[in-house]
Design a protein. Structure first.
Lengths: 807, 63
């Protein structure tokens, strides 16, 4: 396996919070880095720079409504363009990326290798930020699945499944297929009308045809469709041998056309209904026009629902707006448009069916205007009336095309249908005339019956052959539907199988990492499971009980651990190109123990991964310096950000005590007081933890938010209970520390109160007090603290390493 | 890691074996494989291809 790409240097200039050129140098062997900076000092500018370098956008900023114009540092001269430069453990990939003021960007590396690298990196997820981590946990099941599919590269599988499904639905709902089914029913009805059996099978038709054959004295039995065809052909020839027979057969053909033309009024009723429906929809002009904005409304709705838009601001015009009200009104709008669009689609389908019917009707009617019919059957009035109909058919065809293709907001009128009833009357009259003529030609009832039977046999043959033809077309459709259904179903099963395998593997790692972070908690079998209706959710066992979603039992700190575990697991499985990960301030709600567990998890389980760990927590920063091996980790610190200088790096980074001195030297006593408070709390927590001091029960993260006074009380009780350090001179540092804690609290929380402003001397005294207090718990001989780790089990007093100090 | 298939591997494998199936319409299998290999597999292109297949089948029937 090729070595994964690691960062050697990250440089920015004029980008986001970075003004002057700043380097994060990971040294020749691409070490991991812990970067400390207070909130607002510019840590995230580095993760923003990396994200933009690879993806040309900064996703979370986009969700807040910020665009590329916000990537420029405000104080960057107009003549300069922001630059992000990355160097890697493979020199051929080194490149600058310049954000051009005129729009777009430019890489300095033009090679195919670099282009491929950027393409592959765009598919990997290597930046985790605190807020994006929380967002995933809170997403809907459907959105969780979409996110995971994107992370694991399964969205291309979804695209195929959806294409197959769209084609399948298109086939099932095909207008042509519906038309065939309609024609099949009509031909079936014709056959039922002839043979009088419903439902029927081919044997019924053959049996009926053979009965007629016997009545006609035709000697060859009809036993299948072929013999039916040859019998009707032969009988046709008999008919053609006499002039009378020819005349009656012709009259019968005309009668069939008349019978077909009698369907025209029904067709017109349907067309009128479709037009009325169209015009009613078109009358809702505003809604119809708004339907053109369907996609825009849906996009706005999605932006609001997914929290991409800034609360209180319209995602489109950025004007202040009540977000809830906008969300509600967009939902209503989209629902209304969907209803309208469905109505219109259904109506157009109806029109398409009518388009299938109009051709045969027009043909039947036109055949009645042939010379022979005109001369021998139609009266002048009938001829005049029927003569105007072919033009009407043309107008209706045009109308149907307009309904189908024109903008939905236009209304239309139906060309005249006044003669609809008259047409029905004329058709009946023509039918009667034909019957009279046939009877006159046949002379006797018996002869008439003979010709009628022949015609019935021919109609039966024609209807059945047409039925067979239509059914064959339907079968072709059905065979395609069946095959496509099978393909779609199997593709879906394969997708589910593949997805389940991925989820199983990721879940195994998520569970392992989560358990690493929370070894003492009774959470087990953490899994990502597919839910009904294509969704995804975490599930876990809590005291043997299955729980889903995890929010039911997990604290914020646990949920954060879950987010980090999922990120690490997915990067482990799917980041094959890059071997670096950026964790940007992800431990905000972690308590001390879990922070330590996280640093150990990174150290022990990811020795081959380069981490860029950003934090604003100085205690964790100090802890990481102790926990992480200095041969593979670097520690850097950011100076206070300023508009004029942008982001600056302090090297080497400071300890908490050095940072207090730095604030004092900068005459920032408030900042120093704030750090002193952190130092007092940190010192007390460490001592309490070392001695195993028992404190009042606090659930989860509240345990880590204890104030110094609470810790001092707990420590005092421990010392009283163990009768150690009870001398008066030992009690003094306690009192001093209580006073210091109060002082630094006021100093850091009331920065605007002149009277409470702290002097530099106050802070120096606090630092001395902390030193004196800490010294109480350190052995003067071995210089180690009294701690559980040096003490035999069951011993009440805790001792130092040499055993001389016992507390 | 080896048992996990990427999205692309999964798609490729599915379409590679589609032509070997005897329980589905062969013309359709060929059509889908061609559209997939040309990166043109969408609902619309499938429907157009199937329409052409139907008229081809009807022509064959008429012949």
């Amino acid at each position: 396996m090729q070595q994964r790409i690691r960062l050697r240097k990250l440089c920015g200039e004029g980008f986001r919070g970075i003004l002057k050129r700043v380097w994060l140098d990971f040294e020749g062997d691409c070490k991991s880095l812990v970067l400390f900076g207070n909130n607002g000092d510019g840590k995230t500018s580095f993760s923003d720079a990396v994200e933009w370098f690879f993806t040309d956008r900064i996703e979370y900023l986009g969700r807040e409504g910020c665009g590329r114009q916000d990537y420029f540092h405000d104080a960057l001269p107009e003549t300069q363009e922001p630059i992000v430069e990355l160097s890697f453990n493979r020199d051929a990939l080194d490149s600058e990326k310049i954000l051009k003021r005129g729009g777009g960007y430019r890489y300095s590396n033009y090679t195919d290798e670099f282009r491929n690298y950027i393409g592959n990196s765009g598919k990997e997820l290597f930046i985790l930020r605190y807020h994006t981590m929380c967002e995933f946990i809170d997403k809907t099941k459907k959105n969780k699945l979409e996110d995971v599919e994107r992370i694991i590269g399964f969205e291309i599988v979804t695209d195929i499944r959806e294409a197959l499904l769209r084609a399948l639905n298109g086939l099932k709902n095909s207008t042509e297929l519906t038309g065939f089914r309609g024609s099949s029913n009509e031909r079936g009805d014709d056959i039922v009308n002839i043979i009088g059996t419903k439902p029927f099978i081919e044997a019924d038709i053959i049996s009926f045809a053979d009965g007629l054959r016997k009545r006609l004295d035709y000697d060859k039995p009809i036993s299948d469709i072929d013999t039916l065809k040859s019998a009707t052909d032969q009988l046709d020839k008999w008919v053609e041998t006499t002039e009378r027979g020819k005349q009656i057969a012709w009259l019968e053909q005309v009668r069939v056309k008349v019978s077909s033309s009698k369907q025209i009024p029904n067709f017109l009723d349907k067309l009128e209904q479709a037009l009325t429906c169209h015009n009613e929809l078109a009358a809702q002009k505003e809604k119809v026009e708004a339907s053109a904005l369907d996609k825009l409304y849906k996009a706005g709705l999605e932006a609001l629902e997914k929290g991409w838009a800034k609360p209180g601001e319209c995602p489109l015009c950025r004007q202040p707006i009540d977000t809830d009200q906008l969300l509600e009104s967009l939902k209503k709008e989209v629902e209304g448009i969907q209803y309208l669009l469905k109505e219109r689609t259904d109506n157009i389908e109806q029109v398409k069916l009518l388009q299938y019917r109009i051709g045969p009707l027009k043909e039947s009617l036109s055949s009645l205007l042939e010379d022979k019919v005109k001369e021998s059957i139609l009266t002048p009035h009938q001829l005049e009336t029927l003569g105007s109909w072919p033009d009407l058919f043309d107008q209706w065809e045009e109308l149907m095309n307009k309904i189908k293709d024109s903008p939905a907001a236009l209304t239309f009128e139906l060309p005249s249908t006044n003669s609809k009833d008259e047409l029905a009357t004329i058709m009946t009259e023509i039918e009667e005339a034909i019957e009279w003529k046939k009877m006159a030609l046949a002379e006797t009832e018996e002869t008439m019956k003979f010709y009628q039977d022949i015609q019935t046999l021919k109609s039966l043959r024609d209807s059945y052959l047409r039925l067979l033809e239509i059914e064959s077309k339907i079968r072709v459709y059905e065979s395609q539907i069946s095959s496509l259904e099978k393909i779609h179903q199997e593709f879906e099963e394969k997708e589910q199988e593949g997805l389940s395998r991925v989820l199983e593997a990721i879940s195994k790692s998520v569970n392992e990492y989560f358990k690493f972070l929370h070894p003492d908690d009774d959470f087990n079998e953490i899994k990502l499971v597919l839910t009904e209706e294509r969704g995804l959710e975490f599930s876990l066992q809590f005291y043997g009980r299955p729980i889903s979603p995890p929010q039911k039992v997990l604290s914020e700190s646990h949920l954060n651990s879950l987010g980090i575990s999922l990120f690490l697991a997915s990067s482990q499985y799917f980041n094959s190109t890059n071997g670096f990960l950026i964790l940007d301030d992800v431990v905000s709600s972690f308590d001390v123990n879990h922070r330590r567990s996280l640093s150990r998890l990174l150290r022990e389980r990811f020795p081959d991964t380069q981490f860029l760990l950003f934090t604003h927590d100085d205690l964790w920063f100090d802890l990481l310096k102790k926990e992480l091996p200095s041969n593979s980790w670097l520690f850097k610190e950011l100076a206070k950000w300023s508009h004029e200088k942008g982001v600056e790096i302090i090297e080497p980074p400071m300890t908490l005590r050095e940072r207090i001195q730095y604030y004092l030297e900068s005459n920032d006593t408030t900042g120093a007081a704030n750090k002193c408070r952190t130092l007092i709390e940190g010192t007390l927590k460490e001592i309490c933890e070392d001695l195993g001091v028992r404190l009042e029960y606090c659930s989860r993260e509240k345990n880590d938010q204890r104030e110094a006074s609470e810790l001092i009380d707990g420590l005092s009780q421990y010392l009283n209970g163990n009768k150690s350090l009870r001398e008066r001179e030992n009690k003094l540092p306690f009192n001093d520390l209580r006073a210091d804690q109060l002082l630094t609290n006021i100093g850091s929380h009331h920065r605007n109160l002149e009277v409470t402003a702290l002097a530099r001397g106050d802070i120096e005294i606090v630092l001395k007090d902390i030193d004196a207090f800490e010294a109480l718990f350190v052995c003067s001989s071995c210089n180690k603290t009294a701690s559980k780790s040096h003490t035999p089990r069951n011993s009440k007093l805790k001792q130092c390493k040499c055993g001389k100090l016992r507390i | 890691m080896s048992e996990i298939q990427s999205g692309k591997e999964l798609r490729d494998q599915f379409f590679e074996t589609l032509g070997e199936r005897d329980d589905i319409h062969q013309g359709m299998a060929v059509l889908l494989i061609r559209l997939y290999s040309e990166n043109k597999l969408t609902g619309t292109t499938i429907l157009k291809g199937l329409e052409a297949l139907r008229s081809g089948m009807e022509d064959a029937t008429e012949d």
